[in-house]
Design a protein around this ligand. Structure first.
Ligand SMILES: Nc1ncnc2c1ncn2[C@@H]1O[C@H](COP(=O)(O)OP(=O)(O)OP(=O)(O)O)[C@@H](O)[C@H]1O
Ligand SMILES: [Mg+2]
Length: 460
């Protein structure tokens, strides 16, 4: 039922209006002051606001201006004294929809209210359509039916319109950047820049000048004034990926920004006010980093006003066939046949695998399968030949000090490095090395051959 708010300091007028409109089956609320009316507008969806121009403290024009800010869809109707057409014109110039004159006449009240409701309904419908279109676009390419994934979508819709920071956590390849983009794209900042920054990829000595910019002479080689990412992202969103890798001294500066929205370009003592929203992401446990003294607790709390934890693909395995078919559709043009499909054996293998690289890994497996399978079917043999080469290090690999370097390598390169490392650590003892690697002696033998790894001359 449409809701109408009537604001008039004269009780009789309020009651008369309310009576007329209730008879027309509208739901009415009344208020004697503009201040109280604004509170109601903040908490309830009001279709039409009918207000007298003369009110005790804040007047009707001021109420009109503030009401249209709080609720642009609400149509405002002004009540003016007989003969004061000038004030009606003034009110309409300031956003009122229409006016009614005193003494109140039932027909006029009903007619004007009906037109005001029509306008509000149109505006509401348009707002709904716009929000549906923009969120549909924002979620394009984000696939999934599993309840844990649907919860993520719900959270995005809830968080996006607010300006608070968001921390996205989840294993590598679970879609953290995709989620950050979706939040930006349905937020009021969507027409301003979205700038992703991979904090792990920026060398420590460059991260601050990249983020905050510098003045000429700030350091050797700083020629002109350079704007940093914070200024470039003005009005938009910065996505700080791998936030755990930000050096401690830069963490202080990020904290300062989150506290008072100010940054200091290098070499400057004058703060610059910048308006950006921070979304950050991490695939390591930040609370663990705090315990180790590598991450500031106060920064963590500021970044984590809202948090979204993305499920690993193995935790939403009912989505595996859906995603696999989605990627098949995306890449089937790479094959030289008209159609492609998975056999049930292939789907079973995909379901059984534990996907350490999550959706990114699934996408790459499907892409390879499209290319490797030479007829219309992708069967379990094709899938197993791809998955077998995707080496999964044993879980406690860190304990054995086998290091995976930070820069992105292909899975083959990573596997090769791990094998060489294990061989060196065990003095080229193949049975010990195969145990460390969690593979059989024969597999190790095969892989040494495959990668052409040879025993160095100095090892007996
Ligand atoms: N729900 C989804 N539906 C379809 N594709 C997805 C979905 N989520 C992620 N992807 C795809 O998976 C890949 C990895 O996503 P993204 O880069 O957002 O992950 P990430 O968590 O940031 O990974 P990393 O930790 O490695 O940086 C991208 O190609 C992305 O398009
Ligand atoms: Mg990422």
């Amino acid at each position: 039922m449409n809701k109408i708010l009537i604001v008039d300091d004269e009780k009789n007028q309020r009651e008369l209006l309310s009576y007329i409109l209730q008879k027309e089956s509208y739901n009415t609320l009344t208020s004697a002051t503009a201040e109280e009316a604004l509170k109601i507008l903040q908490n309830e969806e009001i279709d039409v606001l009918i207000t007298d121009l003369k009110l005790p403290k804040m007047d009707g024009i001021q109420l009109l201006k503030e009401a249209t800010q709080i609720s642009p869809e609400t149509s405002v109707v002004i009540i003016t004294g007989h003969g004061s057409i000038d004030s009606a014109v003034y009110a309409i110039k300031h956003g009122a929809f229409d006016y009614i004159t005193k003494p109140l006449k039932k027909e006029q009240v009903v007619l004007v209210t009906r037109k005001a409701i029509e306008r509000t309904n149109l505006l509401k419908e348009r707002k709904f359509l716009v929000s549906r279109i923009s969120s549909k676009e924002a979620f394009e390419g984000m696939i999934g039916e599993h309840p844990s994934f649907k919860n993520v979508i719900k959270l995005i819709l809830k968080i996006a319109p607010l300006d608070a920071t968001v921390l996205i956590t989840g294993e590598s390849g679970t879609g953290k950047e995709m989620v950050a983009r979706a939040i930006h794209n349905i937020s009021p900042r969507k027409n301003n820049p979205f700038i992703p920054v991979n904090c792990a990829a920026l060398p420590e000595n460059l991260i601050e000048s990249e983020l905050f910019g510098y003045l000429p002479g700030a350091f050797t080689g700083a020629m002109g004034r350079k704007k940093g990412i914070f200024e470039a992202a003005s009005g938009g969103t910065i996505f700080l990926d791998e936030i755990s890798e930000v050096p401690l001294q830069t963490q202080v500066k990020l904290l300062r920004f989150l506290q008072n929205k100010e940054i200091y370009p290098l070499g400057s003592t004058n703060p610059i006010h910048v308006d950006v929203r921070i979304i950050s992401a991490s695939n390591v446990d930040l609370e663990g980093r705090i315990k180790d003294g590598k991450f500031r607790a106060d920064l963590f709390y500021r970044l984590n006003i809202f948090s979204i934890k993305l499920p690993a693909l193995r935790e939403r395995s009912s989505d595996i066939p859906i995603l696999a078919n989605y990627f098949l559709d995306k890449y089937k043009h790479l094959a030289h046949v008209d159609n492609k499909f998975f056999t049930s054996g292939a789907i079973k293998l995909l379901l059984d695998y534990n996907w350490p690289g999550n959706i990114r890994e699934l996408e790459s497996v499907v892409q390879k399968a499209v290319i490797l399978s030479d007829n219309e079917v992708i069967d379990e043999h094709v899938i197993s030949s791809i998955i077998q080469t995707t080496f999964i290090p044993p879980p406690n690999v860190d304990d054995r000090e086998i290091k995976i370097t930070k820069e992105r390598k292909s899975l083959d390169e990573i596997e090769r490095d791990l094998i060489i490392d294990a061989m060196n650590k065990t003095g080229w003892n193949m049975s010990k090395a195969s145990k460390i690697l969690g593979i059989t002696y024969r597999t190790l033998q095969y892989r040494l051959g495959k990668y052409g790894i040879k025993k160095p001359n100095d090892i007996p």
